[in-house]
Design a protein around this ligand. Structure first.
Ligand code: UDP
Length: 231
């Protein structure tokens, strides 16, 4: 692996509180990413917004506006996580698909390559910039655009299962599953639009638990305990 796209769910950032930020959780992520960056890995990051807001959070307001709030939530998450990364000694840049004044810079592949050549971690905030999409779609889109080798999907669950292990104690864990099977069986690894994008552009994914000890580093170093999604 030379270049990876790490997706962190917004909820995972919140720890047990489920909302806002849990600083020890984010600092632990930062320390792991630093170890990888110090070894020469190029890391791009997409963060969800579920710790603040989802487009589906309100049925009263217009969905487009609700989704805009969701996209802004991901900008807040990226600014926060970027600052925690800086506090442990990394260089970072937050990029968005829309202008956010002086808060971020506009995403472009050229700028990403420039940042990587300077040893920076790049954050892709604001999703795709369009309503009715998700940060899953943004994750796959950015991974394809920056020519990442793989997507590292750090979730609150440790792997892909055939049913919810919290509900079904006999749920079967997949060590490996094809993206076609993810689509056919609606396994919900990433949403349908993102799954199709993954399949069409042959972008593999490694799914693992963010809360497992040192899981990002172990995954990159090949000591992988989650689910490999093949294309
Ligand atoms: N969102 C959007 N377009 C995007 C990415 C995100 O409209 O390209 C909005 C959407 O409202 C979503 C929220 O931002 O609910 C948070 O993103 P996330 O992917 O975490 O949401 P989820 O998939 O959990 O709804």
């Amino acid at each position: 692996m030379k270049r990876v796209l790490l997706k962190l769910s917004g909820e995972a950032l919140a720890g047990d509180k489920k909302t806002g930020f849990d600083e020890p959780t984010v600092t632990a992520v930062a320390r792991q990413v630093k170890e990888l960056v110090d070894d020469g890995l190029e890391v791009g990051i997409v963060i969800g917004g579920g710790n603040f807001w989802r487009g589906r959070s309100s049925e009263k307001i217009d969905r487009t506006k609700a989704d805009q709030i969701g996209m802004l939530a991901t900008v807040m998450n990226c600014i926060y996580v970027s600052e925690i990364f800086r506090s442990v000694g990394m260089k970072t840049k937050v990029l968005t698909p829309f202008a956010c004044g002086a808060f971020t810079e506009l995403f472009s592949k050229d700028l990403v390559n420039e940042c990587f050549s300077k040893g920076m971690v790049t954050f892709y905030a604001g999703g795709t910039g369009h309503p009715y999409f998700s940060t899953d779609t943004a994750t796959v889109l950015r991974a394809i655009e920056i020519e990442a080798d793989v997507i590292l999907l750090a979730k609150s669950i440790d792997a892909v299962y055939d049913s919810d292990p919290k509900v079904n104690p006999n749920a079967k864990k997949y060590d490996e599953v094809s993206i076609q099977e993810v689509i056919d069986k609606k396994l919900g690894v990433v949403d349908m639009a993102a799954s199709i994008l993954c399949m069409e552009n042959k972008m593999p994914m490694l799914v693992f638990g963010l809360n497992e000890e040192n899981s990002i580093v172990e995954t990159v170093k090949g000591n992988f305990k989650g689910t490999r999604v093949t294309v």
